[in-house]
Design a protein around this ligand. Structure first.
Ligand SMILES: [Zn+2]
Ligand SMILES: [Zn+2]
Length: 389
């Protein structure tokens, strides 16, 4: 039986039973959609994107995501919102797909919560989610019967392994965005990278402990030019080995400008300048002019950069670098009551960059035109830098 035939087989089985069909829709967030609707949806999602696979879309979820059979082999998912940049393999074959779907109840839920990073988290989440998404007793019964009839796996530990081995399957399912020239399985891919390490047998020493972020933050060094560092997403809170000091650390940065291949430096090694020396590296792409070479050294070699579209451009004032306060849009500037002031200055200083009307309309903290807010620690003036995707 080919996978497409197997798919038809499950589909017929489900269509025979209206209660089961509703249960799968309501409890597992999956429904079969008409072929022409699917066609339209997938064309819309793949517009300006390159997808070198034989794909067969067969179902949707409530987030407008699409489930597709790829190369008559495995099942992948493409998120419905284009800017979500999410796609990836979710099961090795059609049978496992229905097994996982009916037992786990909505697979995407676990990805969104990054539950796959840790078996215990997954098991906890599995219990909660199953409890939370239960339906009427006849719906629950229909799902149970279906699981039994098909002899599906129900052991939570085994389901976890099934899911992890699907997500980490090689080669990855990748769609390329031909406009921005990026690969759009970013979210799944970061999971891949992390989970691949788990599978290599480090599973016990590699736990993400989200709850203790606050305790980790308290222990991080302070940075003169980057005082809000802990709130900035340039810091990654995960256990990793720092490539400079070799210690196992709970927070690090991966934004480093160096010819060496480094992507994990702890904040201590940034603060004391060791990483910059060892890898002949800088953490900041570019900055305005400041005369004191010591200040320059502190910014470029001992200060973590920030996440931006085009790389950091650190602003200065009173012959010193400003403090970087974070990413902002009009909303955040309005909250601080400084919108008119900083925008006027920005437009005056950068005559050819952006028009005031465009900025007012498009500047968003998480948008494709982003503001980076700085404040002078001498005269207190706010300054803004803007870049675009
Ligand atoms: Zn280190
Ligand atoms: Zn100043």
């Amino acid at each position: 039986m080919t996978e497409i035939e197997r798919l038809e087989h499950f589909k017929n089985q489900i269509f025979e039973n209206k209660i089961l069909q509703d249960a799968i829709c309501e409890e597992c967030d999956f429904y079969f959609e008409k072929e022409n609707v699917l066609e339209e949806k997938i064309n819309c999602l793949l517009k300006d994107r390159k997808c070198n696979y034989k794909i067969y879309p067969f179902g949707c979820d409530s987030r407008n995501g699409i489930f597709i059979l790829v190369n008559d082999e495995y099942v992948a998912y493409i998120a419905g919102e284009r800017n979500a940049q999410l796609c990836g393999i979710i099961s090795k074959n059609v049978r496992e797909f229905f097994n996982l779907l009916l037992t786990c109840k909505s697979l995407i839920h676990y990805f969104a919560r990054q539950d796959l990073d840790n078996k215990n988290n997954f098991e906890e989440s599995y219990e909660d989610w199953n409890f939370f998404s239960s339906g009427t007793s006849s719906q629950d019964k229909a799902i149970e019967d279906f699981i039994e009839e098909n002899n599906f796996e129900t052991d939570v530990g085994k389901l976890y392994e099934m899911l992890v081995s699907s997500v980490t399957m090689k080669p990855e399912f990748i769609i390329e965005d031909t406009i921005y020239n990026i690969k759009i399985n970013d979210v799944f891919r970061s999971d891949h990278k992390y989970i691949a390490k788990l599978i290599k047998g480090n599973s016990n020493s590699m736990k993400i402990n989200k709850k203790s972020d606050n305790n980790i933050i308290k222990l991080l060094p302070r940075f003169k030019y980057h005082p809000n560092l802990s709130k900035d997403d340039v810091v990654i809170f995960q256990e990793e080995i720092c490539q400079c000091c070799g210690k196992e650390v709970e927070a690090y940065i991966e934004n480093i400008y160096s010819r060496s291949d480094v992507d994990c430096i702890c904040l201590e090694c940034v603060a004391n300048g060791d990483a910059a020396k060892k890898f002949n590296a800088e953490f900041i792409q570019d900055a305005e002019e400041v005369t004191d070479p010591k200040k320059k050294d502190e910014l470029f070699h001992r200060t973590p950069g920030y996440i931006s579209w085009q790389g950091e451009y650190w602003l200065a004032c009173c012959d010193d670098y400003c403090e970087y306060l974070g990413r902002v849009g009009i909303e955040e500037l309005d909250e601080l009551g400084i919108t008119d002031e900083v925008l006027k200055n920005y437009v005056c200083e950068n005559k050819n960059r952006n028009l005031l009307e465009d900025i007012k309309e498009c500047l968003e903290k998480e948008g494709s035109m982003t503001g980076y807010l700085f404040k002078c620690s001498h005269c207190g003036k706010y300054r803004l830098w803007i870049d675009q995707a």
